[in-house]
Design a protein around this ligand. Structure first.
Ligand code: SME
Length: 156
């Protein structure tokens, strides 16, 4: 049992290490961030088979839907609202093992059960966007996802 767990954790680390190298190479060929966000969302999404993977970009006082993979999503999120708006306000990654237990969670899809939201910082320290990933499984995300997704968004 413990060994099984170790193997599957190892698998996730390896996938992230390879994905990180691929993303680094892909984004080094392009300067326009929205184009890079589109490819990063696609690469993460198809590596892990998540339910929804995408970006919300800060536009004034809201988060506006950016490039994503998965079913349609709400287009505007206020600062402090939902998981995305809270990650923006608190300037930190938020891992939600059960979305129903997160007060104010915005249910774009009833299939979403757990999620992780990672902020992207501009050079001046302001949050410029968030990466939002949803899973249809409970407790899909852990410290391994947090570590690698934070590394990945720093490439943008
Ligand atoms: N889950 C988000 C809303 C966006 S959709 O899930 C794509 C939230 O509560 O912030």
């Amino acid at each position: 049992m413990a060994e099984e767990l170790k193997i599957s954790e190892g698998g996730k680390e390896e996938k992230y290490a390879l994905l990180y190298a691929q993303i680094k190479s892909v984004v080094s060929c392009e300067d326009v961030i929205i184009a890079n966000m589109a490819n990063v969302a696609a690469m993460i999404h198809h590596t892990f088979g998540f339910w929804w993977t995408g970006f919300y970009r800060v536009e004034g006082d809201i988060l506006l839907l950016g490039p994503f993979q998965g079913p349609l999503a709400c287009t505007r999120i206020s600062r402090g609202r939902g998981v995305c708006g809270t990650a923006w306000l608190e300037r930190r990654t938020i891992v939600v093992p059960d979305v129903e237990a997160f007060p104010g969670h915005i249910a774009c899809s009833s299939a979403s059960r757990s999620e992780i939201v990672v902020p992207l910082f501009a050079a001046d320290g302001a949050v410029r966007a968030v990466l939002d990933i949803d899973s249809e499984h409970l407790a899909m995300f852990d410290a391994v996802d947090e570590l690698w997704l934070e590394r990945i968004v720093k490439l943008l």
